[in-house]
Design a protein around this ligand. Sequence first.
Ligand code: PEP
Ligand code: MG
Length: 595
Amino acid sequence: MSVQVFGLPVSRGVAIGRAVLVASSRVDVAHYFVEPHQIREEITRLGVARDLVCSELESLKQEVQGDTPAELVALLDVHVMLLNDDVLASATCQWIEERHYNAEWAVAAQLDALTRQFDEMEDDYLRERKSDVEQVAERLLQALARADRACMPPILRHGAVSTQGDETPLVLVANDISPADMMQFKGSVFRGFVTEVGGRTSHTAIVARSLDIPAVVGAREASRLVHQDDWVIIDGDAGIVIVDPSPMVLEEYRFRQRQGQLERDRLARLRGRPAVTLDGHRVELLANIELPGDTPAALEAGAEGVGLFRSEFLFMNRAGELPDEHEQYEAYRVAVQSMRGLPVTIRTIDIGADKPLDRMSVNELKHDHTLNPALGLRAIRWSLADPDMFEGQLRAILRAAVHGPVRLLVPMISHPNEIRATLEAVERARITLVAEGTPHGVVTLGAMIEVPAAALMLPRFLRHFDFVSIGTNDLIQYTLAIDRADEAVAHLYDPWHPAVLALIANTIRMAQAAGKGVSVCGEMAGDPEFTEVLLSFGLRSFSMHPTQLPTIKQRILRTEMAALAGLAERVLDADDPKQAGLSPVRKTNVVAQAA
Ligand code: PEP
Ligand code: MG
């Protein structure tokens, strides 16, 4: 029977595929397809790992004999039994034989299927046996990793290709996925994502959008209603997940998929055109990137520079060891050089809140000891609390500026003391480079405006910085006291809130009056619903994911600034700014389309 699960639309488009259900802790297990001729070999790998675990358990049993309680010995027996039981042994092989999954993926898939069966059991005793199966499966995964680490493909091997005759597309359904894990899905086998937690501007959602893969977050019952291998449609525009769709619904969505592709192809033709309104107002369109490897996509989309390089993604998943100055310098150098003379805005590390250093997901973070991670040691606070780390990053950025224009952007500053401390840190880094004779370049200095305190004392920022960049994702979160990663309050996260719009409009107006650069690099910049309103506020520099850039450019090309006269005032005065902000959009488009 077909069912629908409702969530939040975070990344546009339609994905159709078979569901792969993954517990968050197992998202980072290698997922790739094996060639038909490798199936035997893969089953042998699994067999070797099973033998390894069996002998480990046997020797453990020998070690614990004597005064060990009989229950413990019996438990080890149970684990050996489970290891060889058909529900684990044969069924896992079946995933390899029938679906061509690699051994790790097959173990994880079977474990998820069994976990679900255990959860549905009435009997408490039997239900608790779930942890035994989990322990055995974890041992198997560890043994697989140990057995042939050298020839194992990297986690979630990029560009892995289905070798099944019909190339069955797959979509991933998980309780939650950390931003770092999401990053690894670039070029992976998955065509779409569904998570049960998360908000529209959570970093997991932002990464999904940057990958341009349809995604729905906050689909609360997804793991319960979707079964392993079910056919699923992910409607990333409406935030709906359709499980086991009827042939008619499938056909409708396939049609929409084709339409979406045609639209993307059409928009791609705007690449070389500058973003100029119908009446000649020039607008700068910049790209948001996570890693230096994203710059080709930025150029391909026609970006005129990088408006936000979220450098924290270089720091994630490092198992405790952070990138040193040299490694960072190399990464920044590659980004700067590959943008071929266009400006690159490198934001200093913004770790914390829903972007932890390790691969903890939002859900795990909620159970972490930090009560309010979004209000905790985050972004510039984190940097200033670790002066050595900060100095290393500042030096790396200044050194990279030798290779092209670099703008240095500081996240989440909210206190005058932080302005002072940041400027001193930059100066210290520069002085040490001068003293050593290390080549370095000149950078322009910018501050992100993403805390109301910063927006309210903007003149101070404008005295000390060359430009400001409005981080609307956080500005909304902190103005409205809504955790952007929490789906429970997602309906209250409102970019149209009058207070938010007033802060944005004032920031743009005051920065321009002071002759300082101002751009918006939060998600509002890439949302066509806000293009006209931001233009009417005077904004002329937008930074967004490369995938969003063609849509925004088209919007600008169809806009006549004269038709937006009075829009800013109407929106800022309105009781319902959304209503006031959206009506002229329709009018402008009708005029443009008729032209
Ligand atoms: C923002 O807050 O709008 C922003 C661009 O920064 P991030 O999304 O990385 O917090
Ligand atoms: Mg931010």
